[in-house]
Design a protein around this ligand. Sequence first.
Ligand code: SF4
Length: 374
Amino acid sequence: MPATMPAADSNSLDAGRVTRIRRNLLRWYDAHQRDLPWRKKPQPYTTWISEIMLQQTQVATVLPYYRRFLKAFPTVQALAGAPIGDVLQHWAGLGYYSRARNLHRAAQVVCQAFDGRFPDSYEGLCGLPGIGDYTAGAIASICFGERQPAVDGNVLRVVARLTNCDEPINTPAGKALIRAATVEMLPHKRVGDFNQAVMELGARVCRPGSAADCDGCPVRNQCAALASNRVEALPVKNKKAAPRAQDWVVVALQHQDAILLRRRPTNGLWGGLWELPTAMVQVGRVDQVAAAFMRELCEGRLSSAPRAFGTVMHQLTHRRITFHGFHLRTRQRADLGGTAETLWVTLHDARAMGISTAMQKVLDLLETAAGGAK
Ligand code: SF4
């Protein structure tokens, strides 16, 4: 163990250790930070969009979405005035679509209640739809220099290791401990850079499990987990419940070269996005539900027998959905009845609509299946 390394039980953050953590992290950040578009001249609007997109999503995935989104909605006014369908279309593929709806609602609040200017404090930002502790802390520290932490998954891991925290980080008690320790570490100047430095360290150096690069870490001499040989054991997490398995029937109803899409209800999973009509199998077998659903969709208008075109699985945080695809042709275009908005489009145009990643997978399957609707 290097002479400067803290003792194995040194979990507390004394003033000297805090000073070294701040200094070493900021130096490292100055030398190694990635050149990311939202870091150039940070503004509340661009910081907000990037932070919402980055939640549970890698930087490399976010970059093209961020550029397209900012091109389509360059200001908060442009976002507030856009139809929600356009916003969802630019979000499609990023998942967690309630975030896009909240972005849209919050932009409208900023324009209507704050004359187009973001509240310039953590407290004020927390009052906007979809902005919680993390996002408010990030915007307030990066754009307004307010001394607030921004504790995301990377920060939870880094700080749990720096402080040898044994409390599970996916519990309220664990989160509160990490937040308090992060607040202690925050410098009085360059607080936004410090928050970004911790996040960046978590993403690139202090990676989960054995992927941590402690040899290249700027705070290795201040790290209690390294000193006590507990890097791989931290952070501690309580086991999550296994995702629920679900079966969904999905129907590709085709007339000539067009397929039918319908818009999902605004609330709930994939709210407001377009889909091939789906039905969750709650009671009975897949084939029974599929037969009943297809009868309901297009009774009397069929010109082909239904054909199963395969299955595709999509994993969400709390459920694992298996889509069972059925294709059938209809003699005429007709709406589905009910209140759902519907549209007949080519398969090519369907891909350009606001549809979920799960539905993109279903369309891939449909396209590659023998005799698929092209
Ligand atoms: S020394 Fe290792 S475990 Fe500690 S903060 Fe650095 S990378 Fe993470």
